[in-house]
Design a protein around this ligand. Structure first.
Ligand SMILES: [Zn+2]
Ligand SMILES: [Zn+2]
Length: 305
């Protein structure tokens, strides 16, 4: 079931028509800890995986971890490491996501270690598109292999979460062309004065989501495929929890705009929120896709605060 999120404090495209052509639909996932099954959409949950397809392993040389609360990298030396489930979405749960013909499940896994060769600095995601009925009919893998102690960085394994895909409309934040930003500045400042929100708080969510705009915490860095096509943003993955404009109404303290987990927090709710990931000091991992190339190449970027 989608969450109910508050109406935005102001409708950007109605007040500033230049935003109208820049609106994009996103689907916020709102992961909350739980016990999703293989036939459910999830973050960090078990995947609908064919029995006859080997589970993916990472054999990149040069694996590293980063201890809890530390920024020092420590080299670890496993030979090959099983990848871990990150996202599984079924088409029925995410009507806003367009699937390739004949496919209705998308899955993302990654190696939960740091990689010195990775230009994005962190995990190495792999993506799979499947047909649910064919996969089930052919037989499913039992328990997937999981990394042992020392074969993962705990900040990079999402805990099992159910998701509540919730559609919303986003506008560019750092992707707003610089010239346009300058031209709109007086009107954006006027909106902030009147409503108390800077436009970027309303425009774009640093959340776990599908589509929309990446809520870059650093300069935008859109990848291109080998054919030179600019890719589209498919997933954002982050440890950030919903707040402000994006906080679901049922997680508001009654009658206020404050989150229900603000002190005094309700531990039952507080402890269930989010996948407990920490990517680059509260930044995001962004996955991009080229639909113009038939083999659907993908790429990733990451940033940090
Ligand atoms: Zn790896
Ligand atoms: Zn392409």
């Amino acid at each position: 079931m989608p969450r109910t999120i508050p109406e935005p404090p102001f409708e950007l495209s109605a007040l500033i028509p230049e935003f109208a052509d820049l609106a994009r639909e996103t689907t916020l996932l709102y992961p909350r800890s739980g016990n999703p099954g293989v036939e459910q959409s999830s973050m960090g949950g078990p995947l609908l995986w064919p029995a006859d397809e080997p589970w993916p392993y990472c054999d990149q040389p040069g694996h590293w971890t980063c201890g809890p609360g530390s920024s020092a990298w420590e080299k670890v030396t496993p030979e090959t490491v099983p990848m871990v489930p990150v996202i599984q979405l079924f088409a029925r749960d995410v009507p806003g996501l367009s699937f390739p013909p004949g496919k209705d499940v998308v899955q993302l896994v990654w190696c939960a270690l740091l990689h010195e060769q990775d230009p994005a600095g962190v995990v190495l995601p792999r993506m799979y598109w499947r047909n649910e009925a064919e996969t089930v009919a052919a037989g499913l893998l039992g328990d997937a292999p999981a990394p042992d102690e020392g074969e993962y960085d705990e900040d990079l394994i999402p805990r099992p979460c159910t998701v509540c895909p919730t559609p919303a409309v986003e506008y560019p934040q750092r992707d707003l062309p610089e010239g346009l930003l300058q031209a709109l500045l007086p009107r954006l400042e006027e909106l902030e004065e009147r409503y108390g929100f800077w436009y970027s708080e309303v425009a774009c969510a640093l959340q776990n989501k599908v589509g929309g705009y990446p809520a870059w915490t650093q300069s935008p860095d859109w990848p291109h495929c080998s054919q030179g096509h600019r890719m589209e943003h498919l997933f954002s993955i982050t440890g950030e929890v919903a707040y402000g404009r994006w906080l679901p109404l049922d997680e508001h303290r009654p009658g206020t705009a404050q989150p229900i987990w603000d002190a005094p927090a309700d531990p039952e709710i507080f402890d269930a929120i989010g996948p407990e990931l920490e990517i680059g000091d509260a930044g995001g991992l962004y996955v991009f896709l080229c639909r113009r190339c038939p083999d659907l190449p993908y790429a990733h970027r990451s940033d940090c605060h």
